[in-house]
Design a protein around this ligand. Structure first.
Ligand code: PTJ
Length: 251
């Protein structure tokens, strides 16, 4: 399909087209398109920009990734389709960051395809294509991980996640950074550091912030973060925007 750059929703149409192409290629599952639609709705309600509270969260996320001993970013089908380049940039900005394919709807073929996309985008070492360990207490295929990656990670960045795994990772004492446009999702509510922002915007910001930051010499623990406050600010922004729209309509 030819998309006109003059269309008011050009960017959104382009992203949808990429996802549809990735579905046909076997990278994204149909459920991924539904998840994307939910994300778009929340992005619309948040004004399709990174809120100041999200920017603060992204700056702290960059610090956590630099402060961690074994940081890892988890990549599913949607992330592989929409943000392989951003993941590669993040891996360059954070020394020691592991990049691991981890899928809810897992097949060996999908894992291979996503691994290939990541490598083509410039990620040198992709983990998780052939899982070597299991996270206890998680019934889904998300439990199948790499012994050198999520299994030993102390800080996990999990974009577009499901709440179950966030809970299972936290139960193992790992600190979880989520990227999810839905501030009401279980993932956002369970994460130690919820980033309520769009995937590619969030990853770009975190990579830029990490590239500017320095890896701390001593490790005094992770920079504190007020997760509840961040979620409250996102919800208040949605509230304000809806009230404003309702008032404008009432005039
Ligand atoms: O590739 P797989 O097999 O691992 O499956 C991936 C999906 C996304 C299908 C799976 O993880 C899933 O079902 O996810 P959920 O539970 O639907 O959650 C996805 C969350 O991501 C939702 O809360 C959406 O609001 C949010 N989301 C969707 N697109 C974006 C987003 N958040 C940020 N940026 C986006 N582009």
């Amino acid at each position: 399909m030819r998309l006109s750059p003059r269309h008011p929703r050009y960017r959104s149409l382009l992203v949808r087209e990429r996802l549809a192409e990735a579905l046909r290629a076997g990278v994204v599952v149909p459920e991924g398109l539904i998840a994307h639609g939910r994300g778009e709705t929340f992005d619309y309600l948040l004004g399709e920009r990174s809120l100041p509270s999200a920017r603060r969260a992204e700056r702290v996320a960059a610090r956590w990734l630099l402060e961690a001993q074994h940081p890892v970013v988890s990549v599913n089908g949607n992330v592989g389709a929409l943000a392989a380049r951003e993941i590669a940039r993040l891996a360059r900005a954070v020394p020691g960051l592991s990049v691991e394919v981890n899928l809810f709807h897992r097949t060996g073929r999908r894992a291979e395809l996503i691994g290939e996309r990541l490598r083509r985008a410039g990620v040198r070492n992709v983990l998780g294509v052939r899982p070597t360990a299991r996270i206890p207490g998680l019934p889904s295929d998300r439990a199948r991980v790499d012994r050198r990656g999520i299994y030993v990670a102390d800080v996990c960045l999990v974009p577009l996640e499901d709440g179950d795994r966030t809970e299972a990772l936290r139960a193992l004492g790992k600190r979880v950074i989520s990227i999810d446009l839905n501030p009401l999702s279980r993932t956002s509510r369970m994460a130690d550091l919820p980033i309520v922002d769009e995937l590619t915007r969030a990853l770009t910001h975190i990579a830029n912030d990490a590239a500017r930051g320095r890896r701390p010499r001593r490790r005094p623990g992770l920079t504190p973060f007020d997760a509840g406050g961040a979620l409250r600010e996102a919800l208040q922004e949605i509230d304000r925007r809806l009230l404003r729209a309702g008032r404008a309509r009432g005039r």
